[in-house]
Design a protein around this ligand. Structure first.
Ligand code: 5MM
Length: 325
């Protein structure tokens, strides 16, 4: 078993999943403002300390994805976040993309950037304690989107990112997110997700990325958030698993879903329903952001007398997801 494969397996096995706490400074700041907390560097640090020091986190969380700012910050006891995670038996991951930017010639569509200097940044993050990385591409469903060029530009960047990570010793989480925004049907989401994953795995093959040393982080196949016809939990589970079976090679050790704006309980129910389908060739787990930390942030709201209650809210979601899988 290669070193990358061993890390990837640790990320997705033993009924654990991955916590996405890598909101960029802009996203984290607006989430704090939404709950009445001033978006300072220190408040972002304190909030992340609340999250990672949740008791028994390691029972249900195998790895935490951090943003660059958090990766270099320290907990109140002086340990860096990666050091602390290592001490509690949780892998530290780093988001290495620099965000989705407008794609030339494709109105409304974006391409994720961050390849410049990535080899050197990977080397630094490895020195600082990272074992895996994350890069998220966003694909929009609309009347005339996604365009072929938006999909191809994004999977090309994902594949080059994955290759650079593996060269430097990090397991790449490969995240092609087909957004839930819009009124499209489940069938349309399935078509788009199928196309994106087909083109993605063809590109990973071109770049000779070792598939047993990645973790795929896709969207579930759902209807658009504004669609009048919302499928049942079983329909989502079946459509998602069928889409993955048709596109994801069996050598991929694990698939860790993003939640994408689904309500926390709904995302958990979908994950649970998938496990009861026929035996699956890969581990199926979670790499949720909002569906794990949303209730904790809503509970805390910057009030440290709610610290324990907020950690309980995170524990509840983490334990429920671990049970679901
Ligand atoms: C935690 O949010 C991540 C970073 O987002 P920005 O770079 O836009 O600030 C995000 O990539 C996240 O990891 C995924 O979207 C999964 O999170 P959800 O909330 O969809 O499960």
């Amino acid at each position: 078993m290669s070193a990358l494969n061993k890390i990837a397996r640790t990320m997705v096995s033993n009924r654990r999943g991955i916590l996405a706490a890598d909101e960029s400074i802009g996203t984290m700041s607006s989430r704090l403002e939404q709950v009445g907390v001033e978006p300072t560097e220190e408040n972002r640090r304190v909030y992340r300390e609340l999250i990672v020091t949740t008791p028994r986190l390691a029972d249900s969380i195998s790895g935490v994805i951090l943003a660059d700012e958090t990766f270099r910050q320290k907990l109140s006891d002086g340990r860096t976040f990666p050091q602390y995670l290592d001490d509690i038996g949780v892998l530290a991951g780093i988001k290495v993309d620099t965000g989705a930017k407008p794609l030339a010639g494709a109105p409304g569509e974006k391409v994720t950037e961050g390849l410049d200097g990535l080899r050197e940044r990977v080397a630094e993050y490895v020195r600082l304690g990272a074992t895996f990385a994350k890069w998220r591409a966003v694909i929009t469903i609309g009347e005339n989107t996604p365009t072929d060029r938006a999909v191809r530009a994004n999977v090309h960047a994902l594949a080059r990112y994955a290759g650079l990570c593996q060269e430097g010793g990090l397991v790449p989480i490969v995240e092609p997110e087909v957004l839930m925004d819009g009124a499209h049907s489940l069938t349309r989401c399935r078509e788009v997700t199928t196309f994106v994953l087909q083109v993605l795995f063809a590109e990973l093959d071109v770049m000779e990325v070792e598939l047993d040393g990645i973790v795929l982080k896709p969207n579930m196949v759902v209807a658009g958030a504004d669609s009048p016809e919302q499928p049942s939990v079983e329909e989502v589970a079946r459509a998602t698993v069928e889409t993955l079976r048709a596109t994801v090679p069996e050598s991929v050790p694990g698939i860790a879903f993003l939640s994408g704006g689904q309500r926390p309980e709904v995302a958990t129910a979908h994950l649970g329903a998938m496990q009861s389908l026929d035996p699956l060739p890969w581990e199926l787990t979670y790499s949720f952001g909002r569906a794990l930390v949303g209730p904790a942030l809503e509970t805390w709201r910057g009030d440290n007398s709610k610290w324990t209650a907020a950690q309980d809210a995170l524990s509840e979601r983490a334990v429920a997801n671990a049970a679901a899988r």
